[in-house]
Design a protein around this ligand. Structure first.
Ligand code: NAP
Ligand code: GDD
Length: 376
């Protein structure tokens, strides 16, 4: 019989890829959506109306909605992906972040227990490399001590421990995937990678002058989201409930990401200055771009703005995926960093070209909006 999965955070980057993955495996997929004044579900629009995909209103801050929904769906597997997932926003909205990202996990666990499903329903918790925060060793593995370094990470640490507690106290099959950063053409537009790929595309098409970033030295282990959702499923198919680090084992800086993204958009950058004074300057353009108006050799197209510095920043994430490789048979190198950047830029070059026509109709100058450095 087909298995039934319930996904919280189905409208997010990971939720959309996981839905596709589980539908392809023959699952009955149920997702939680929340009421919004603009009912725009871009990432899952292509799935809506397909026979085995169902959406329900509920909210991570509303216990009763979760209890009722779990009772109605009776899932074999729950993937708890819903979260206020932006680290910088968690400094502005710490209480909301704690409610959804910490207590929300407890609400899911209790919804399962209230419906007496604790022996049949497996739970995946979307945990994060942000738990390592002010890192105590490099690379980070399942045994590295945690040192959360933002309200987001502190909330996620509660989620990690309450999953472990319910596993031991009630013998539940619940696990955390400690996922390092994973990106895609569906990544939210205010995370640094997507902010860069969109800006590189806009600048190359003469629609934006400059991209403002924060800490260019920050190091991340960036993978491809589509590869990572497979691990969420593999973790729940493992013989015993365990936590796993999911990462590529390769590290790059924000500056390196930007250099490569602009390269794929046809702009070669050189970097000058240090800290707040650092700038990315156009060194060379591909022949097709040099003939365009807008960007030219010598232009400053990347600058640093203190607006994007965080009160405390996590600057050295590098994961050790050995356990996932060994025990789940997962290949962390399916999509390389170079392929990831290229596929994101290729997507955004097309998107920006298409957006411009729509923007003209709506009289919205997205470029100016982005240039002002509104990041959230
Ligand atoms: P995302 O794109 O920001 O999606 C977050 C999802 O959570 C959205 O569907 C959002 O719904 C939903 N959500 C937020 N608050 C909610 C609430 N109160 N009730 C119900 N749903 C709510 O995040 P993502 O990148 O897919 O990440 C998925 C999960 O993995 C998150 O828990 C994140 O913290 C974690 N994680 C992500 C990464 C990464 O690099 N992407 C790495 C490690 C861990 P709306 O669409 O309505 O806002
Ligand atoms: N967002 C953003 N915007 N980040 C910037 C910028 C900027 O303009 N400039 C530099 N950065 C730096 C941040 O300071 C951070 O060190 C790094 O780029 C990555 O930032 P984000 O892309 O916002 O991601 P994150 O690492 O903070 O959080 C993401 O990954 C976590 C896993 O480690 C999110 O997806 C979290 O939900 C996830 O848990």
């Amino acid at each position: 019989m087909a298995k039934t999965a319930l996904i919280t955070g189905v409208t997010g980057q990971d939720g959309s890829y996981l839905s596709e993955f589980l539908l392809a495996k023959g699952y009955e997929v149920h997702g939680i959506i929340r009421r919004s004044s603009v009912d725009y579900r871009e990432r899952i629009a292509h799935l809506e109306g397909t026979p085995h995909f169902h959406l329900h209103y509920a909210d991570m801050s509303d216990s009763m909605s979760l209890v009722k929904l779990v009772g109605k769906v009776m899932p074999d597997e729950i993937y708890n992906l819903a979260a206020q997932s932006h680290v910088q926003v968690s400094f502005d909205a710490p209480e909301f972040t704690a409610d959804v990202d910490a207590v929300g996990v407890l609400r899911v666990l209790e919804a399962v227990r209230t419906n007496h499903l604790e022996k049949t329903c497996k739970i995946y918790q979307a945990s994060t490399s942000e738990l390592y925060g002010k890192v105590e060793e490099v690379p980070q593995s399942e045994t590295t001590p945690f040192h959360p370094y933002s309200p987001y990470a502190v909330a996620k640490l509660y989620g990690y421990w309450i999953i472990k507690e319910y596993r031991e106290a009630y013998d539940m099959f619940c696990c955390s995937g400690i996922l390092f950063n994973h990106e895609s053409e569906r990544r939210g537009e205010t995370f640094v990678t997507r902010k860069i790929t969109l800006a590189a595309a806009r600048i190359a098409q003469g629609k934006q002058k400059c991209l403002y970033l924060g800490n260019l030295d920050s190091l991340r282990d960036w993978g491809y989201a589509k590869d990572y959702v497979e691990c969420m499923w593999l973790i729940l198919q493992h013989k015993t409930p365990e936590d796993f680090v999911i990462a590529t084992g390769v590290q790059h800086s924000v500056r390196e990401f930007a250099t490569l993204a602009f390269h794929h958009a046809g702009i070669e950058l050189r970097w000058e200055g240090q800290g707040i004074e650092e700038k990315g300057i156009v060194e060379n353009l591909t022949p097709t771009l040099s003939s365009r108006e807008g960007v030219k050799v010598g232009d400053v197209v990347v600058a640093v703005s203190p607006d994007f510095y965080r009160p405390t920043d996590v600057v050295n994430l590098l994961g050790d995926p050995s356990k996932a490789k060994r025990e789940l048979g997962w290949n962390p190198q399916t999509t390389s960093f170079e392929q990831l950047v290229e596929l994101m830029v290729t997507h955004d070059m097309k998107k920006v070209a298409a957006d411009d026509a729509a923007a003209e109709v709506r009289k919205v100058n997205l470029a100016e909006f982005l240039e002002k450095g509104i990041d959230k």
